[in-house]
Structure formats: structure tokens, C-alpha cells
Design a protein around this ligand. Structure first.
Ligand SMILES: Nc1nc2c(ncn2[C@@H]2O[C@H](COP(=O)(O)OP(=O)(O)OP(=O)(O)O)[C@@H](O)[C@H]2O)c(=O)[nH]1
Length: 400
């Protein structure tokens, strides 16, 4: 039986240089029989001469899929599944290289290769092996896109009216889930700017291998047969997760990039929190975690900020809000939760990772502390506090 065919996926925002890199890699593939799948609705500009007999070029279409939690997610699942299955079964190729569209999120793509699809009866994990997830970042445009505050709809790049994703959230999703990060177009910025950008991105993505490139010139060895991909590891690779999991060590970063975890066992006053979000400190690049809101004492609120974009949504019920029997079951299954269980409030707490440049930690902590309920407010009926924060489960909120 033939061994599983390795797959590399290239992600990266529109125009970051994916096609240029793909062409370069195909040009230098040294006899490797590569099947290329371009998941793109735009014109294909892969060099036709590079395809020839030894390779194959297929196209799949981007799809919008509504997930059960109401989140609109952009995925290439179904088409991709069928195409990869077909190519793998042909037994003619040594490698599959996929260029996903600039607006696709990498996690659903990686899931396509990690789990068999019962609905379609396709078992990709038995046919191929996801070798490397590559994210290409346009080093020249990064800060512009990061701070633009624009959505894909604003840029007419969305998949439909329901696709309300922000450009910056997409960039961050792509950066936080990859094995190799290519900082492309380094010819357009100074070495110092590249050093600083790389330092920030390394904080957001500490696990990936970083490669700097100009004109898409990347050694094929860096993205083919690296064997770097592991779904569990990639899911835990984001800088904010690492910060939560590890003991904090003081930074000695020459660019002033630091991070800390804000942990409190006292709920936020929703109105004060809402007001503060409009004065979000500019030096915070990324914040992510869970909030405890006084008016939503049952639900853990997920919080995610990147640049000017802030998103909040219900993560799920606090274990302490579940019926007693369910609580016992969950705690038996996850005994580690017991370790931080509070006698009065159970697992309720705020745990927020904050990553930024030249952060004034004590100042930010003092500002956040002032948003928590005071001793007097703790004694009142919390459900009666005004709560102007978005009520829907998943809300995207552009703050000023
Ligand atoms: N100066 C410079 N230009 C580059 C570099 N890489 C790509 N380009 C140019 O940037 C533009 C976009 O590059 P593509 O390779 O088409 O980018 P892409 O990510 O495939 O774009 P989409 O398919 O639209 O998502 C093209 O005009 C390239 O010639 C680079 O490293 N430096």
C-alpha cells in the first residue's frame, strides 16, 4: 500500500504573496510530482509552464458554512475533501500543495485533514498527511491592515453579506495557527522594521518557524516534508495560550514587547467595562481570554481583541452555574479544575492575556480593577446593573 501523501497548505491574506511563493517552489521542486489545488475565486496566475506533465492543477471554490453555534466560518471543506481524495487515489503524485484563498481561516482547513468526514464518507486521514501549515504575511502591509479597523465587507472581499469578519481578526487567526510563518515582501521594508515586526509576531506565534522572504523566494525544503504539523500542538500554539499555560518569566525584549495575564475573582461592572472598551489602550496588540460579568453570572464571556477589533461572545456556562449533579460529573472528569475552585464562586473568574508594545502593566491593571464591582456593589443585586454590552451570543463590535 502506498504511504500517505503529504500535504502543505499555504494561507495568508489577499496579496501577501502565496502564488508567488507557490510558483517559486514549483520552479525548484527537483522532480517531485506535485498536485496543486488553488482554492480561489479569482484568476489563477500560477505559471502554466510549471504545471506540465509532472504536476496537476485543480480549483476548488470557497464556501461559506454556518456552524452550529451561529458563527459564519469560511471553509473549503467539501470541495477540498473530494479533490484531495481524487488526487490521492490517483497514486501519481508525491505531494499535494494547496493555496487557500486569502480570506480563509486555517483551522477548518486543517480539520479537513485531521478528521474523517462521515457525511461525505471520505476518510482523508487514511489517504494523506498534513505536513505543514504555512502562513504568509505581507511584511509591508501588516501594520496598515492590522490597524485599519476595516471588515472584509468594507473591502468588498467578503463571501456575502453575512460574512462580517474583520481583516485584523483574519490576520490574527492565520498567524496564530501555523507551523511556518513566511514574512514576505521583506524587500519593501528595512531590516529594523522586519526585526520589530518579527518580534511582535513571534509573541503572537511562538511555535512556528519564521522565514523572511523577498519576492516569494523560499527554499522548498522550508515548506515541503517538514513534518511540523500536529493538530493538537498547533491548536495550542498561539502566544496567548502559551502565556496562560506557562509560568510568566520577565521579558528582556529589546522592542518592548511584553505580555501578562490579568486574573481576578471578582466580576466586571458591565457599564464601566463597556465605557472602558472605547478607550482601549493603543499599546495593547492582542488580548484574549474569558470575562466574568456581574449581569451574566451564568455565562463565561469570551473576549478577543486584535488592533481596533473587539469581539465578545458567550463561551459556555460556568461549571458553578450548572445543576449540582452535572457539576460533580464535570469536576470528576477534570480534577484540575478543583485546584482553582473557589468556595463561593466556583470557577467564575476573569482570565485575560494581554500582549503589547511598551505596556504599562500596573496602569492597565489599575484601570481594569476600577471596572470590577466595589465592595458595596458586591452586596447589591447584580442583575439590576445596567448592561449596555452586546447581548447576542456572538457579536462583533468595532470599538472607536
Ligand atoms: N515587492 C514584492 N512584491 C511581491 C513579493 N511577493 C509578491 N509580490 C507581489 O505582490 C502581488 C501579490 O502577490 P501574489 O503572489 O499574487 O499574492 P497572493 O497571496 O497569491 O494573492 P491572492 O491570490 O490575491 O490572495 C503581486 O503583484 C506580486 O508580484 C515580494 O516579496 N516583494
Amino acid at each position: 500500500m502506498q504511504s500517505k501523501i503529504p500535504v502543505t497548505v499555504l494561507s495568508g491574506y489577499l496579496g501577501s504573496g502565496k502564488t508567488t511563493i507557490l510558483n517559486h517552489v514549483l520552479n525548484n521542486r527537483q522532480g517531485l510530482k506535485v498536485a496543486v489545488i488553488v482554492n480561489d475565486m479569482s484568476e489563477i496566475n500560477i505559471d502554466a509552464n510549471l504545471i506540465g506533465k509532472e504536476a496537476n492543477l485543480s480549483r476548488t471554490e470557497e464556501r461559506l458554512v454556518e456552524l452550529s453555534n451561529g458563527c459564519i466560518c469560511c471553509t473549503l471543506r467539501e470541495d477540498l475533501l473530494k479533490e484531495v481524495e481524487r488526487l490521492a487515489k490517483e497514486n501519481r503524485y508525491d505531494y499535494i500543495l494547496i493555496e487557500s484563498t486569502g480570506i480563509s481561516e486555517p483551522i477548518p482547513v486543517a480539520q479537513t485533514f485531521t478528521y474523517s468526514d462521515e457525511e461525505n464518507g471520505i476518510d482523508l486521514p487514511s489517504l494523506c498527511r498534513l505536513d505543514t501549515m504555512v502562513t504568509v504575511v505581507d511584511a509591508h502591509r501588516f501594520w496598515h491592515d492590522f490597524s485599519s479597523g476595516e471588515s472584509l465587507l468594507d473591502r468588498k472581499q467578503a463571501l456575502g453579506e453575512e460574512d462580517t469578519r474583520d481583516v485584523v481578526s483574519l490576520l490574527i487567526d492565520q498567524i496564530e495557527f501555523c507551523d511556518v510563518l513566511i514574512l514576505n515582501k521583506c524587500d519593501m521594508i528595512s531590516a529594523e522594521e522586519a526585526d520589530r515586526l518579527e518580534a511582535v509576531l513571534r509573541k503572537l506565534q511562538p511555535k512556528a518557524k519564521f522565514i523572511r522572504a523577498a519576492h516569494g523566494q523560499v527554499d522548498p525544503k522550508e515548506i515541503l516534508h517538514t513534518e511540523r504539523f500536529d493538530f493538537e500542538e498547533a491548536s495550542q500554539s498561539a502566544g496567548w495560550i502559551k502565556e496562560l499555560q506557562t509560568e510568566h518569566t520577565p521579558e528582556t525584549d529589546e522592542y518592548g514587547i511584553t505580555s501578562f495575564v490579568y486574573r481576578r475573582r471578582r466580576p466586571f461592572h458591565p457599564e464601566r467595562l463597556n465605557d472602558w472598551l472605547y478607550q482601549w489602550p493603543e499599546e495593547v496588540v492582542r488580548a484574549k481570554g474569558m470575562l466574568w460579568l456581574a449581569t451574566r453570572n451564568e455565562l463565561a464571556v469570551q473576549f478577543s481583541q486584535a488592533g481596533p477589533s473587539i469581539q465578545m461572545g458567550a463561551e459556555g456556562y460556568w461549571i458553578a452555574a450548572m445543576p449540582e449533579e452535572e457539576q460533580r460529573e464535570v469536576l470528576a472528569e477534570y480534577p484540575e479544575i478543583q485546584a482553582t475552585w473557589d468556595e463561593l464562586y466556583g470557577d467564575r473568574m476573569t482570565e485575560l492575556v494581554i500582549i503589547g508594545i511598551d505596556l504599562n502593566r500596573s496602569e492597565i491593571e489599575a484601570q481594569l480593577d476600577a471596572l470590577l464591582l466595589t465592595d458595596e456593589e458586591m452586596e447589591l443585586d447584580w442583575s439590576r446593573f445596567p448592561d449596555p454590552l452586546p447581548q447576542e451570543h456572538i457579536v462583533e463590535q468595532e470599538m472607536a
